[in-house]
Write a protein that binds this ligand. Sequence first.
Ligand code: CTP
Ligand code: MG
Length: 240
Amino acid sequence: MNKDSINNYLILLLAGNGSRMNLQNGLKKQFYMIENKPLFLYPLNSFIKSKIFKKYILVISKSDEETVKNYLKENNMKENIDLVIGGKTRDESVYNGLKYLSHFIKDNDKVFIHDSARALIDKDTIIKLKEESLNYDAITSVFKVYDSLFNNKENRYVNRDDYLKIATPQVFTYSIIKYCFDNLNFLSTDDYSKVLEYQKINKNIKTEVVEIPSITFKVTTIDDLKMLIALIKENKEYQI
Ligand code: CTP
Ligand code: MG
């Protein structure tokens, strides 16, 4: 297989409600303004800066369509960006993105799936993941665990070196992740878990974990948001 003929596509998820953040007036975290830009533009900008993508799919809620279009226009985003309507769960949103891609993607092309709530991702990490993805059917970003880890159910400490925190981006060969969504019917909070399930019955599937900087944490609570704002203000790399 000629690796140069593999195209990369991004599915960026912004169809969630941000209910745990509980912002005023029901504002969704992906539209929170930081330095005059809505939060979701920060990760999108990094993916665009990596210059490795053929197309960017933003998965949004129907009610946000005009808002997102306006933000893209205001910020001169003339890239190859398409909008797809998401679903009630993260799984449904991803699946809608994957089904939309089926119209033009090739089986061996790569799909990056990323939570827009993980606002801080740098272009070098994206490029590193692209290189790694060429050797596997599925890869997931991970963070190491630095806290002591305790199994409360069994009332005992566990060895933290045995554990990793799952993050995004996750990168998949299109035909593999599409097969998983078409055929494996269980709810999950990420997509790599689906491929691991499939791997149980298809031992040829190759998977790997890739450590990325923990700055790509998921903004879930107000404290996370405060941390994100401070990091963007002090770090030119992430400013738009
Ligand atoms: N997401 C999505 N469609 C959904 C649910 C979630 O596209 N139906 C996206 C979110 O926009 C987010 C990512 O999946 O970027 C990770 O989800 P999470 O952090 O849980 O965000 P929300 O679901 O928006 O927040 P909450 O669970 O607190 O409501
Ligand atoms: Mg959620």
